[in-house]
Design a protein around this ligand. Structure first.
Ligand SMILES: [Fe+2]
Ligand SMILES: [Fe+2]
Ligand SMILES: [Fe+2]
Ligand SMILES: [Fe+2]
Length: 400
């Protein structure tokens, strides 16, 4: 079953516009939906937000009016897709519930990508990052129990465990140490380009989301936790975006973006359990095939190269949401004490790291530590969801 999006016909661009009725999608059932359906919705929203913002940035560098008009036409469709996708979320969820779902995406999407990534340096970047979002999930789950008196398993089900990863207060590194080395666009495997774009987009949307929703809570500890984790997401976007080769031309980047949209809609169409949502993935795939064709033409014209030279000959195996519990436990057991130094990784706190820690803590405990203390006090114990037994690191086992 090979699928080469460059050879498939999509929906012509002038047939892609949807009216209000068509845009008014039926949201998923808040009580019975598969948590991984929600994860796919959140992922594709991040991808479409990136498609829109990337196209805006390209347009701002584009002196040719006709080209700008073509970008505007495609971008309007991307904006409609973003609406259709994100409006699949039912309005019932609280900000914190959506936040917990965002971190579940970060955990299970990044872990899957880490497992599939062929390049060891890139794989290390995903392994490093996933242990941090895994810890965010645990901090927010405790905030959720404390202020909304509910348990995170209502959201993540039993699919993703909730327990400490690399403790959040240790995520605050000197910004210099968040920049990684990029892959080489000429020699890297095509799948590696897609992985980097996907995780960068997901983290960027998480960063944007916390920027906007953080001040919506009144409780001081909630406001502070969103500030703290919001700043870590800034670090994550820096970390992942620096993996992408900046030597790619704007047209090559556009081509990779459209190809990645085809890849993800195709992946989710293949793996979706909700038939109504699956129809949206299929419709959007057929739109993206045309976006890709248009991007390929621009690439041929302005870069003078053949798209087949830079893209995969067929779609890689579908991106799949599935539990990664064993894999994450193994990473916790081996990489929990990692930090970064320059573009590499070390296991001890170095001078620049200590300096940053001192400056940002200001002699106090971080909100991410206080939330656990406060929830222990109020609920009698902290919140965890350990379906596979005790925590793999002895010092992080549940205190009684
Ligand atoms: Fe799109
Ligand atoms: Fe996170
Ligand atoms: Fe993150
Ligand atoms: Fe697109």
């Amino acid at each position: 079953m090979t699928f080469n999006p460059l050879r498939e016909r999509g929906i012509p661009l002038d047939k892609q516009l949807r009216n209000w009725r068509e845009l008014n999608v039926t949201p998923t059932d808040p009580d019975h939906a598969d948590p991984y359906t929600r994860c796919r919705i959140i992922t594709m929203n991040g991808i479409e937000v990136e498609a829109v913002m990337f196209s805006h940035h390209l347009a701002r560098h584009c002196p040719d009016t006709e080209l700008k008009q073509q970008l505007a036409r495609v971008r309007y469709i991307e904006a409609q897709q973003q609406k259709a996708v994100n409006w699949l979320l039912p309005g019932l969820a609280s900000v914190l519930e959506t936040t917990i779902a965002y971190e579940q995406v970060a955990v299970d999407l990044t872990a899957w990508v880490a497992r599939m990534e062929p390049d060891p340096y890139l794989q290390q970047a995903y392994q490093f990052g996933v242990l941090e979002d895994f810890d965010h999930l645990y901090r927010y789950a405790n905030l959720y129990e404390m202020i909304e008196h509910r348990k995170a398993e209502k959201i993540v089900d039993q699919l993703t465990e909730v327990m400490p990863g690399r403790p959040t207060y240790l995520h605050h590194r000197d910004p210099v140490d968040n920049v990684r080395e990029p892959y080489d666009r000429n020699s890297t495997a095509p799948i590696s380009k897609l992985h980097a774009l996907t995780i960068m987009s997901a983290e960027q949307q998480t960063m944007n989301f916390y920027m906007n929703v953080g001040p919506m809570y009144m409780e001081p500890i909630a406001r502070q936790l969103y500030q703290e984790i919001g700043l870590v997401e800034e670090e994550h976007v820096t970390h992942y975006e620096s993996l992408v080769d900046p030597g790619e031309s704007w047209w090559e980047m556009l081509l990779n973006h459209e190809y990645n949209e085809c890849y993800l809609y195709h992946s989710f169409m293949e793996t979706e359990s909700d038939p109504k949502v699956k129809n949206i993935w299929e419709l959007h795939l057929n739109m993206e095939l045309e976006h890709l064709r248009l991007a390929a033409e621009l690439f041929k014209k302005h870069d003078g190269r053949d798209p087949e030279q830079v893209l995969a000959p067929e779609l890689p195996a579908p991106v799949t949401f599935e539990p990664n519990k064993g894999y994450i436990r193994e990473l916790i057991a081996t990489q929990i004490d990692y930090t970064t130094l320059g573009t590499g990784y070390v296991q001890e706190a170095h001078e620049r790291f200590e300096k940053m820690q001192e400056a940002i803590m200001g002699g106090e405990k971080a909100p991410s530590e206080r939330i656990i203390d406060e929830n222990r006090e109020r609920s009698g114990r902290e919140y965890r969801l350990q379906t596979e037994g005790e925590h793999p690191v002895h010092s992080l086992q549940m205190q009684r």
